[in-house]
Design a protein around this ligand. Structure first.
Ligand code: UDP
Length: 195
């Protein structure tokens, strides 16, 4: 069981965006159980500290390992969204395995596999101390799970949206391919538009 919430956490309601690749660790693709358990243990600690946690999960660990060449974009995107549903189920299961009550919801209705997205029910789950895992992205092709994270963050009135990825900040270029890429400490919206 998760410990009883403590007095006043820094953020009452957190939306965590987890990229699919965060779930595969050093593996080439897929879900690394050890990594998933480690992430879920950290989430348990955040919940124990009194914060409500909702997660939007990506699918890079499943979808980038597949060859979707030659498929039309919308079909490939729907396949990507199905990957996020798989990750959402894996997170729900791992959290519950650690004694953290969790509910996964999908933007694409898929009974009996997973609950459908329901904003009111998601907020009620959070208020009752359950972690809510949003799968299926926005439910629309031509979007990404980063968009879904912003959208769900606004819908549930999150105090903060946190993005967990392999990269430690925003760079002027891809830091994996360009070792001389420069990291921004602070970046304004106008600078993003300009550059
Ligand atoms: N996707 C989509 N609509 C959405 C969210 C995701 O079509 O609202 C598809 C898209 O193909 C995307 C894939 O699902 O590439 C996986 O999401 P994303 O690339 O954001 O995952 P991450 O990089 O965070 O693992």
């Amino acid at each position: 069981m998760a410990a009883a919430p403590s007095a006043s956490p820094a953020y009452r309601r957190i939306l965590l965006k987890l990229s699919g690749e965060a779930l595969m660790g050093e593996d080439a693709y897929g879900i690394n159980r050890e990594i998933v358990d480690r992430i879920c243990a950290e989430i348990r600690d955040v919940v124990s500290a009194g914060s409500q946690v909702a997660i939007v999960v990506g699918a890079g660990n499943i979808f980038r390992g597949m060859n979707a060449d030659g498929l039309d974009r919308a079909t490939a995107d729907y396949m990507g969204m199905l990957g996020t549903v798989m990750n959402a189920l894996a997170l729900q299961s791992a959290l519950e395995g650690l004694g953290v009550p969790a509910r996964a919801q999908s933007a694409i209705p898929m009974a009996p596999v997973i609950d459908s997205y329901d904003r009111h029910r998601a907020i009620a789950h959070l208020e009752q101390g359950r972690v809510v895992v949003f799968g299926g992205g926005t439910g629309n092709p031509f979007f990404t799970t980063d968009t879904a994270a912003s959208l769900r963050g606004l819908e549930i009135n999150a105090d903060i949206v946190v993005k967990a990825t392999k990269v430690d900040g925003v760079y002027d270029r891809d830091p994996v391919r360009h070792p001389d890429a420069v990291r921004y400490d602070v970046l304004s919206y106008d600078e993003v538009e300009e550059q």
